[in-house]
Ligand binder design. Structure first.
Ligand SMILES: Nc1ncnc2c1ncn2[C@@H]1O[C@H](COP(=O)(O)OP(=O)(O)OP(=O)(O)O)[C@@H](O)[C@H]1O
Length: 474
């Protein structure tokens, strides 16, 4: 049982794991010019560094772009150096990973950081299910998210899902629909990133004959979703004018087809999502503030996979079990799970799903797929080299074909194409020094399509290689 002092500095399970005591903690960084910056430390880890993408942006020349991470755990606050150039120190000892006691200063560059309880604690309900609709997750972060979703799914409130690409926003939106009283109604997906800005309003709100050249009398996505749910994906890509009309629809619960004056009542639940920082877009004038306020009443953050590695075994089991025929983790090389848990997953759950699909067909590619750094996970072993003469006996092409023959033709085609797509894009990016525009032009595709392809395969443009913890954070 933790003492009172411990409890003010740790996550503590309550009610046999049905809720979590989350202490109120603040991190304060004192910069070389004696100025202080501070941020609250909650369930999501805080990144500290010079890069604007960090939660604590430290303007100290001796601090790396992404220098270290602070994470609240059941044992205390864990401070982790992220391969910084000048190191992270507690009481003059350089640390790679260590628990930081309350009030004890740590040093990064010429700055110091300290974590202190600021009084009180929140009690966070946790789901006992380990899944929400089709989404699975058994770590604290996902169980806290599922508990919130369980409560809000049954209401008609508009929900905003934020999170990096591939974290599962779409699968959660679908699950919200399935778990709501609207589950028997339509579920309509609108991908704002895929619809040309010039037609998005017509697609969303519909048209009447003569509204524009060639316009016909047609319902839009909102009318199609009547008595169901509309999922507006990539809402950050929506043009400002359409945003204004969307706000009106959310508030009035009516739509007016383009070219018509008639208001049609709609009964629709809206779930929106984006991988963009909408708050920053509001500050830059690229997203309407009033719409953001309206959407962010129920704003839920879907954590990146690298912040919930404990979910990886369960996700792997899920992706293997839905194959035909179903597989399980013992069908993969024994070192697979430790290697997967040591990888950083820039493409999140989508990348994990794709990696599993490829490993099922080409298990010998484990090290090539995940890169050398992934093998550094504790307990990871390496694949033994083939014994002498063994390699000559097996033609790799036959081996690949043999594996492919275990799959259905569509699955085999997808596996081969995904492999080709990844290698092709990586090679082109290398050739053009990571320059997206030039690589896209040489590939004969749009920059947007190349970006999507890179996201899908977890490739970082700059290096033209699969991103690893080392390459992402220096
Ligand atoms: N928690 C989860 N459980 C099971 N499958 C998941 C989970 N999260 C994501 N997936 C799977 O990973 C893939 C990517 O998820 P999804 O499309 O929902 O991500 P996203 O955040 O909407 O991505 P984007 O921002 O690029 O649209 C899908 O195949 C989805 O089914």
């Amino acid at each position: 049982m933790p003492s009172e002092r411990d409890a003010s500095f740790t996550l503590t399970s309550l009610d046999e794991g049905r809720s979590l005591r989350l202490p109120n903690l603040r991190v304060t960084v004192t910069l070389p010019d004696r100025q202080n910056i501070t941020a609250p430390l909650g369930l999501a880890p805080l990144l500290l560094g010079k890069s604007p993408e960090c939660d604590l942006v430290v303007t100290d020349p001796k601090v790396s772009r992404v220098h270290c991470e602070l994470r609240l755990t059941e044992q205390g606050v864990l401070l982790k150096d992220i391969q910084s150039r000048n190191g992270t120190f507690i009481r003059d000892v350089r640390v790679v990973e260590a628990f930081l006691p309350p009030g004890v200063p740590a040093t990064v560059g010429d700055s110091t950081l300290v974590v202190q309880p600021s009084g009180g604690a929140a009690v966070l309900p946790l789901s006992t299910r380990g899944s929400f609709g089709d989404a699975v997750g058994e770590g604290l972060a996902m169980r806290a998210l599922f508990a919130r979703l369980e409560r809000v799914a049954r209401t008609d409130e508009t929900i905003l899902l934020l999170g990096e690409s591939g974290t599962g926003k779409e699968v959660l939106a679908r699950s919200i629909h399935q778990e709501s009283r609207r589950s028997q109604g339509p579920y309509v997906i609108v991908d704002c990133g895929a619809i040309p800005p010039s037609t998005i309003e017509a697609e969303l709100f519909g048209t009447v004959t003569g509204a524009a050249t060639g316009a016909v009398n047609r319902a839009g996505f909102f009318e199609a979703a009547h008595q169901g749910t509309i999922f507006i994906d990539e809402i950050g890509e929506m043009p400002l004018e359409a945003q204004q009309k969307l706000l009106r629809v959310i508030e009035a619960r009516t739509v007016r087809r383009l070219g018509s004056t008639q208001e049609r009542a709609i009964d629709v639940r809206i779930v929106a999502a984006t991988h963009r920082n909408l708050k920053a877009m509001v500050a830059e004038g690229k997203f309407r503030q009033d719409l953001y306020f309206r959407l962010s009443v129920l704003e839920l953050q879907v954590p990146p996979l690298r912040e919930r590695r404990e979910d990886i075994p369960l996700l792997v089991e899920r992706f293997l079990s839905i194959r035909n025929p179903p597989l399980n983790a013992s069908d993969l090389p024994p070192e697979t799970i430790p290697m997967l848990m040591g990888y950083d997953w820039p493409g999140n759950v989508r990348e994990l799903r794709n990696v599993i699909a490829r490993l099922v067909v080409f298990p010998e590619l484990l090290h090539e797929i995940l890169g050398p750094s992934a093998g550094h996970a504790p307990g990871a072993s390496t694949t033994p080299p083939p014994r002498e003469g063994e390699a000559e006996k097996v033609d790799p092409e036959d081996l690949k074909l043999g594996k492919l023959l275990e799959l259905s033709l569509p699955e085999a085609r997808e596996a081969v194409l995904a492999e080709l797509e990844r290698k092709y894009a990586t090679a082109k990016l290398r050739k053009y020094d990571g320059n997206i525009s030039r690589a896209a032009e040489a590939m004969g595709v749009s920059r947007q399509l190349l970006h999507r392809l890179l996201d899908r395969h977890g490739i970082k443009a700059k290096e033209g290689i699969s991103e690893t913890p080392a390459s992402r954070r220096t």
